[in-house]
Design a protein around this ligand. Sequence first.
Ligand code: PLP
Length: 393
Amino acid sequence: MADPYAWLTPALKTIHRAQWHRTVQTVAGKAGPVVELGGQRVINFASNDYLGLAGDERLITAAIAATAAYGTGSTGSRLTSGHRQLHQDLERAIADLKQTEEAIVFSSGYLANLGAIAAVVGPRDGVMGDRYNHSSLKMGAKLSGATVYEFPHGDLAALTQLLQEHRHQYRRCLITTDSVFSMDGDLAAVPELLAIAAQYEAMLLIDEAHGTGVFGPHGAGVVEHFGCTGQPLIQVGTLSKALGSLGGYVAGSAELIDFLRNRAPSWIYTTGLSPADTAAAKEAIALLHREPQRRAQLWRNVDTAKQILSQSFPLLPSASPILCAQLHSPAQALDLAAQLRHGGIWVPAIRPPTVPTSRLRFSIMASHDANHFQQLKQGIGSLSPRAKGKEQC
Ligand SMILES: *Cc1c(COP(=O)(O)O)cnc(C)c1O
């Protein structure tokens, strides 16, 4: 009898051969700028916890209090037994932050994209997405059954041409984009995208996963940063990055949110967000308002990190706390990440197929301090020029 799972061995070999193989690493201790990895204390440049809220005592207290009051699980879909006042309060807080009529929370940002996209477009429609979009935007488009087009990263002329050629073939069109591109750190041109969407009567979905809490005078995101608050948009995001919790959301018009409550399968057929996650996210949004100095510190830290990194590496163009050192190969990325890790600096090597070219991806946090940056400088200074690939430049 042939083993129906025999294909796994060669499939894994292929992944190894391309140096694409990944494994998990166990992090010990509380989330923060310094964590323990394999028994070693390391400065954390790998986290999405931009404001340092995931380990904040006030979020922890809120999560514990909600667990004590309501229990550990939500026990059912929001449409059956799983809806709490706490959920409604969080949705109100998100809508107020985003200045939208309403918001709806999902169990993750990934599920928010799957649900929103599959709800608003279908087989008679078209989706035009940036090639560098997050996996959840691409999977959502696929799941919807719409015809999917990708345009080269940030290429608005190519997007316009796609709409010019194909808009008439479809009932509806949806343009999708990250607001901060998660593996590069550059921003989507939101005002220009809005103008193109309006011109072709297309919907525009902006994924603010790395924007919320980080950009804009109130931390509402890149939409606020560009002064596009109040425009007709589908704004998606996560509670799991700058907000330090777990979950995702869609913010928009009352009609859009009402429609999603009726048509988004990844919201209808899944359990409501846990009381702990909901309460922690709500507390995080309150802190965005009360402690704008966290955002200010984050941006000062981004400048410091940029100065240090750019002395040794060509950096990808970035306007965010995501700073990428461009490298030549997956092997070089792995080698440098291992050397830095040895020196107490934790930074992930990002390789194909996640991105087209290998890189070290530094995520800067508001809670990194002068000592952490001093260690970063030393760690990078002690890398051999050969490992940095200088001789090839
Ligand atoms: C992280 C991320 C998501 C997924 O959010 P989760 O809450 O972690 O599921 C979606 N979109 C983008 C652009 C992201 O970076």
